[in-house]
Design a protein around this ligand. Structure first.
Ligand SMILES: [Fe+2]
Length: 230
């Protein structure tokens, strides 16, 4: 079941044929694309801790620039086993908690749980971005914002139903309901976590922050989740 605006007779405007005004009219929503959002309550302390770890890792691993999917623009990408490092525990605990909540909400097998398979950090300095991509081999993917200056680059999700993109109807100004959107953007915000299907195409707009040095860098931790037996 999908929430959303549901037109009343008044919203529909004048009926063309008065003798069918008593017919029922309803909407169901199938095959939705779900994006879960977590807002951490104590993110300032958590993020200060994570920033220290991530910058230390960048110092240690300068080859991370080669892992960026838009390397010419200077983004840095850590190795993808950060969840194995106990120092990242305060974040991995939260990701695992979100995985348990998703499993409960969607009625997953209680004998299995969504487990982190890979987790990595990305630093995007001003001017850098990430191309549209998916995360093959996982069920869910996510991003946690560690540092997010203003204009640091929105994440953009694209409607995965290509047939839906091919033949769009016209919409009245300001009338397009959420269920008909074909692109969705989220602005990065420190302490926010988004978890979305791994098959959902997403890209990151260029970081246009005018802040300098580390204050201008967009720093995130990304991860993949898949269901495994307990
Ligand atoms: Fe991604």
């Amino acid at each position: 079941m999908c929430s959303g605006s549901r037109g009343s007779a008044g919203d529909d405007g004048p009926m063309e044929t008065d003798n069918i005004i008593n017919d029922t009219f309803s909407r169901e929503c199938y095959f939705p694309t779900m994006v879960f959002k977590v807002v951490c309550s104590d993110f300032e302390e958590l993020n200060a801790h994570l920033l220290k770890l991530i910058y230390a890792e960048r110092e240690r691993d300068r080859r991370g620039i080669e892992r960026s999917n838009f390397r010419k623009l200077g983004g840095w990408h850590s190795h993808n086993k950060l969840h194995k490092d106990a120092a990242f525990g305060p974040l991995t605990d939260r990701v695992n908690q979100a995985g348990r909540r998703i499993s409960r909400k969607l009625g997953y097998d209680p004998e299995k749980h969504l487990k982190i398979g890979t987790m990595w950090a990305i630093i995007n300095p001003p001017g850098s971005s990430n191309k549209a991509h998916i995360h093959p081999g996982s069920q869910w993917s996510g991003v946690y914002y560690v540092n997010a200056p203003e204009n640091a680059g929105d994440i953009e999700f694209t409607d995965p139903r290509t047939s839906h993109l091919m033949n769009q109807p016209g919409f009245g100004p300001g009338k397009k309901v959420k269920e008909c959107w074909t692109k969705v953007k989220h602005s990065p915000k420190a302490g926010k976590m988004l978890i979305f299907p791994a098959w959902l195409y997403h890209s990151v707009e260029p970081n246009l922050s005018e802040k300098v040095d580390r204050d201008g860098e967009r720093v995130i931790i990304s991860f993949n989740l898949s269901q495994t037996r307990r």
